[in-house]
Write a protein that binds this ligand. Structure first.
Ligand SMILES: Cc1ncc(COP(=O)(O)O)c(C=O)c1O
Length: 184
């Protein structure tokens, strides 16, 4: 089997170690000795509770999050959050700052526009076809949040250190590098 595998180096969906795939395959039909596959188990069963609780613990460990943090697995992916974040965090008199570093940041900004929410593009690298990450950004003191895209999956630019927002919460789309490193 191994010699027929194709190695996919894409920035998005990419190759997984064969050992991991084989373990998933072996566990698929009879998950945790339940006699059922993982896709057949009730999402309200103790079997599934274990799966989700384990995923929360692993996410917290990898991201070095302590008990102050909650991990939520939300439906709809990043694209739904482009709309949900301004819907949930921006009241009529609030505003948010966005940094436009490419395709995905642009989609996030567009959702804030569609929703007619007050927002400002605090910095952008559009002038050079999104080939860099803007530095020394002046954020609005009253911004409710600063929206960043940690990895520009399409052009390949990435924050190595998050900007100092002077206490303004960062909302970050980390779709393509969330568990890469905990040090930012
Ligand atoms: C940085 C980034 N944001 C958003 C998305 C879209 O994510 P989703 O499919 O979860 O909406 C992707 C990839 O598809 C991405 O790389």
């Amino acid at each position: 089997m191994a010699e027929h595998r194709i190695h996919n180096f894409n920035a998005g969906p990419a190759a997984l170690p064969l050992q991991v795939l084989e373990e998933i395959q072996a566990n698929f039909l009879n998950f945790d000795h339940s006699g059922m596959s993982i896709t057949e188990i009730s999402h309200r069963s103790s079997y599934f509770d274990k799966v989700i609780n384990d995923a929360v613990e692993r996410a917290k460990r990898l991201l070095k999050l302590d008990e102050r943090y909650h991990v939520l697995f939300l439906q709809g992916g990043a694209s739904l959050q482009f709309a949900m974040v301004p819907m949930n965090f921006l009241g009529d008199n609030d505003s948010a700052d966005y940094v436009n570093t490419g395709t995905w940041a642009g989609k996030a900004i567009k959702e804030a526009q569609i929703l007619k929410k007050n927002h400002k593009v605090a910095a952008s690298s559009e002038d050079k076809d999104f080939s860099y990450i803007p530095k020394d950004i002046q954020f609005s003191a009253n911004a409710k949040y600063v929206h960043l895209t940690s990895n520009n999956t399409i052009k390949g630019t990435q924050y190595y250190k998050f900007p100092d927002t002077k206490g303004i919460p960062i909302v970050c789309d980390m779709s393509s590098d969330i568990f890469q490193d905990p040090w930012r």
